[in-house]
Design a protein around this ligand. Sequence first.
Ligand code: ADP
Length: 625
Amino acid sequence: MSKPQTHAFQTEISQLLDLMVNSLYSQKEIFLRELISNSSDAIDKRRFEALTDASLLNDEEELAVIVTTDKDNRTLTISDNGIGMDHDEVIDNIGTIARSGTKKFMQAIESNKSAGDDISLIGQFGVGFYSVFMVADKVTVLSRRAGDEQGVIWESDGKGEFTIGESNKAAVGTSITLHLREDESEYLDDFRLKHIINKYSEHISLPIKMLGSVPLDEEGKPKEGVEAELVAVNTGTALWARPKSEITDEEYQNFYQGLSYDMEPPLSTLHHKVEGNMEYISLLFIPKKAPFDLWNRENKKGIKLYVRRVFIMDDAEHLMPNYLRFVKGVIDSQDLPLNVSREILQSDRDVKKIKGRAVKRILDELKRLAKDDNDAYQGFWSEFGQVIKEGMVEDTDNKDNITPLLRFASTHSGNDEQTVSLDQYVERMSDDQDSIYYITAESYQAAKGSPHLEMFTKKGIEVLFLTDPVDEWLVNSLTEHNEKPLKSVTKGDLELSDEEKKEQEEAKVELSSVTEKLTEVLNDRVKEVRLTNRLTESPACLVADETDAGANLERIMKSMGQDAPTSKPILELNPDHPIIKQLNVESNSFADWAQVLFDQAALSEGAQIKDPANYVKLVNKLLVA
Ligand code: ADP
């Protein structure tokens, strides 16, 4: 055999290892959960690959994870007969290629050193293996990939380098030996190990075995020449396949934790066995808290697909739409073929039905919560509301099921918390109000301070604040509710009473020279200048034409690096405002007033102005004039 070679860890991994080696975290025991979970994944993979290449698995072989200790040599070994890794895979997986989560994980634990629980999130970031260096000063990995003749040996003390060479590992699979540090003897204690396995790995649907005790002779001493046998320390059955009535809350929670690495219990657990033409089991969880990568578009979705208890794939995107990507769980089909591929899933009618029902279950449950447990629902909404809103655009078939889930802040809600439902809004509407009014803006503050609200506030009309970026898309698909159209307060004309119309006509005549001259002076900045009764305090505001995108959407699109269809706004004037009344078309400063009014209107709705320095100069000039 050739000599082992030494490699340096990739820089970020080295940094992570430093953190592990020097760690004082209280939850070191989670390394065992990480290793067992890796073993379980590897066994799932072997079973899956064997579906298309039967030579990879011998029917006689029992698939299991085995945990053993050697007290004399102070080692703990976790072995599996999973898929194994070849030389290159070992190098990639544990050494030279950093996972995208490496840095994020380090930031998460560094930023919050006191929270002992954080270390436990390591699995969520895809770097769980390295947690072994919290308890071991040397780690040996022996692995042989299914189908390969030769195995590999990897060794490291976690200090910058590892060695890798060939090995004559007899069996397929991976075996990881931890040379425990002096102060970590507790992980040699079978009782302690069993406790940890039960705490974290009960959901693993494979046997996890440890050596039992040797049978005793008549005198109560271990029988000579008889070896202890391996016995399973977990139930090892698929939790979801067991009858609901026999599963405790704690078991559900443990299972959920195994899937999500979320320390909090889930908000809801939905477990259903469906029988009839299509048979399957679904066990779905709605989390309480959003995961760190909720906004990562490449984020894996949380559903694992099984076919008759055989794991088929993670991240089963065809079983859950994108806007419900935070839902975790398992769907186990009785009818799909074992060799089902992503392509088949995409077009399979049964899969579409399963997905449809799963989505319906989640939405129904959220509706139920919104009705029966408002506090819990508000908690959910503040974590996931923005994602649910995506559903209005992504899943138009379910629009009517999503609409009752929506919550907004409004002129009547008192703070920036999104608590107002559309039904509530409609209920509060007065008889003569025929539209649902909203304002889209960059933030709650910008919406609240917007001059567009002045007349609505005066008349006591409620306006919804739509301040999440997704809201611009939301209002495109949510055009009405209970037959009441949704209308932006910044777009189009206002409905006026006859008296108001008359007043406006008079003012129009009176100020016609002002509006004309302003249109001329601001020609390249505005589409039109006109009078409004939208305003009671401000002199002017900007509105978009009914058919234009609007300033907020243009801002969002630009910030996403997309081409925004720039449209010129309409400048509206408050005919009752002293500044407007005093505007003199003959005056030398008229052009300066025009620019200042325009910039002010933009500023007051939270927009940026093109040339702030010039604005300040003009204002100062007018102040001393
Ligand atoms: P994660 O399991 O989240 O991907 P880890 O750091 O725990 O992150 O493991 C890195 C990779 O190493 C795994 O994705 C897997 O490919 C490989 N690996 C780890 N343990 C085993 C094992 N027991 N058998 C086969 N492959 C393994």
